[in-house]
Design a protein around this ligand. Structure first.
Ligand code: TMP
Length: 236
């Protein structure tokens, strides 16, 4: 596998083309971003931890029947993935109230959400990822009704698999963001699943173990990611 040109540089990952037109390389960098790129800092080991964390979770999801982009781990901070045509809408599932839901609706942080909510956000930093709905998706041609229904179904299936996985390791999966794309017309899970894009609280103490430690200046960001990784069984 040969790395060719840089295709896209995101806030935390860089995407490279390869000598196989169907495959890309995702490089996980140490850059850590909050507030839509307003604050970016380098956190030692983050690229490696998130790459291995993501590979572990994506493998579990694949084994549970979820179509994912991941092909193979390439190095400490790189993974080989299938090229997807990305849907520009992010899917957020919430099991407990936190973050923007608390601010937007005045719900008490930590409230159990039953059934879990499913929300859509447009991927657009300049507009601060505004919340959108299925009607917007259809009118603006971001994704068809049928594809969106599949994304919602997969998002909830992922919730069942991952809530159990984290619960067994002593954590509450509070919420998470997913990004999907199309591979040969099939809705496929892309991007990453790591503590950068989800909220995880330690069950016994409700200690935040995710990127909220960075957003809120709590310190010990990577130490928390590593602790979660260790307890779910990721080999770092
Ligand atoms: P929120 O509470 O800020 O809406 O975020 C909900 C979850 O989705 C939280 O785990 C963080 C994650 N998320 C991202 O990773 N990137 C994003 O751009 C957004 C909007 C949310």
């Amino acid at each position: 596998m040969k790395k060719l040109a840089e295709l896209y540089r995101g806030k935390a990952k860089t995407v490279y083309t390869t000598d196989n037109p169907d495959l890309l390389i995702l490089e996980f960098r140490n850059d850590t971003s909050a507030f839509d790129g307003l604050r970016i800092e380098q956190l030692e080991r983050k690229g490696m931890v998130n790459n291995k964390f993501n590979y572990f979770i994506m493998t579990k999801l694949h084994d549970a029947g979820i179509p994912t982009q991941v092909e193979a781990l390439l190095s400490d901070n790189e993974v080989i993935v299938k090229k997807l045509e990305m849907v520009p809408v992010e899917c957020v599932v919430r099991n407990r109230a936190a973050g923007s839901l608390v601010k937007r609706l005045g719900i008490e942080e930590g409230k159990i959400l039953n059934p879990p909510t499913f929300e859509l956000f447009l991927k657009n930093d300049a507009l601060h990822d505004p919340m959108v709905n299925d009607s917007h998706c259809k009118t603006f041609g971001w994704v068809t009704d049928e594809q969106l229904a599949k994304m919602k179904k997969l998002s909830y299936k992922i919730n069942t698999v991952l809530s159990k996985l984290f619960d067994k390791a002593g954590f509450i999966l509070v919420d998470y963001k997913l990004e999907f794309g199309l591979s040969n017309g099939e809705i496929t899970l892309g991007d990453e699943f790591s503590p950068d894009g989800c909220r995880l609280w330690e069950k016994d103490t409700l200690k935040k173990m995710d990127k909220d430690r960075f957003r809120q200046g709590l310190g010990g960001v990577i130490e928390a990611y590593e602790e979660v990784a260790k307890r779910i069984g990721v080999q770092l």
